[in-house]
Design a protein around this ligand. Structure first.
Ligand code: ZN
Length: 296
């Protein structure tokens, strides 16, 4: 089967060095496997997103030579598919409406004080989220970097939201629905999403679809040990320094790029990186939950 990977940023801000590391890892892994590499903009929450952030992301990827295959896929154009899937699951009794607040759920240890799951009230006009009814599951999956990982999903307590009270579709729904639709079969992403993987596996199973392969890479952290993100004020990538940014990203990914590639044009660095990419050079199981460093 042809490898098909993707990069799927949310347009809530420009890319920073941490997002470049994630994009580069998935790009190199796909290219080294002669695979396709798709770009999906996860624009599910208009209150947090902007057109300017979206454009900045596309420009940064191009400036760094990370050219994707096919058209850009926008989740904001997929509402009909999400609605169809929710309708199907409603017919099958796999989802239920839930007006509970986070506070109420916490107070009840993750159980629903209104018995939303046992007695779903589809008629109530109150704002409600739609949740997927999980089964109790003890499972295991094989991460390409971290090895065999076990998980335990608890019915009701872990039931994920698929559509939010505000009417927006939730991350778990969009990501699984679209990865299936786009034929994505290898996912390279940050370890901050490790906890989502069991939920995604449950959704694949509910849809009788084969789960993709996973490689969860450590996160790029600043000197204070915080994940680089908008919240920790990670600066936007300077696209004029694309070659240097790529070189530093390779260093962070433990790929040992030769010194004579600094500075070098983007195409030369990527050509070297594609040939020499070794996912196994990343800090492995011993350092699960560890982090990558920004080279000094
Ligand atoms: Zn509830």
């Amino acid at each position: 089967m042809t490898y098909c990977g993707r990069f799927a940023p949310s347009p809530t801000g420009p890319l920073h060095q941490g997002s470049l590391v994630a994009a580069l890892a998935s790009y190199l892994d796909a290219r080294q496997h002669q695979g396709r590499w798709l770009l999906r903009i996860e624009d599910l929450d208009p209150l947090r997103e902007s057109i300017s952030a979206r454009d900045a992301i596309l420009n940064s990827l191009e400036a760094h030579g990370l050219h994707w295959d096919g058209p850009v896929h926008y989740q904001s154009q997929r509402h009909q598919a999400y609605e169809q899937l929710l309708h199907q699951w409603q017919q099958q009794g796999r989802i239920y409406p839930c007006p509970c607040s986070r506070k109420e759920l916490q107070a009840a240890d993750g159980y629903h004080p209104r018995h939303c799951r046992q007695q779903p009230d589809w008629q109530s006009p109150a704002p409600r989220a739609l949740r997927f009814a999980l089964s109790d599951t003890e499972g295991q999956w094989q991460d390409r970097l971290l090895g065999a990982l076990s998980y335990h999903l608890v019915a009701e307590q872990d039931d994920p939201v698929l559509k939010r009270k505000e009417g927006y579709y939730a991350y778990h729904l969009g990501v699984v629905c679209d990865d299936i639709d786009q034929g994505v079969n290898q996912i390279v992403r940050g370890q901050d999403l490790l906890e989502s993987t069991p939920i995604h596996l449950a959704l694949y199973q509910a849809l009788a679809q084969p789960a993709p392969g996973y490689l969860h890479i450590p996160l790029l952290c600043n000197a204070q040990g915080q994940k680089l993100s908008k919240q920790t004020h990670a600066p936007a990538l300077d696209d004029r320094q694309a070659g240097n940014n790529l070189w530093c990203a390779l260093r962070s990914l433990h790929q040992s790029p030769p010194a004579d590639l600094q500075p070098a044009p983007v195409t030369e660095i990527l050509a070297w990186a594609q040939q020499h990419w070794r996912a196994t050079a990343l800090p492995g199981p011993v350092a699960a939950g560890g982090s990558l460093a920004v080279p000094s």
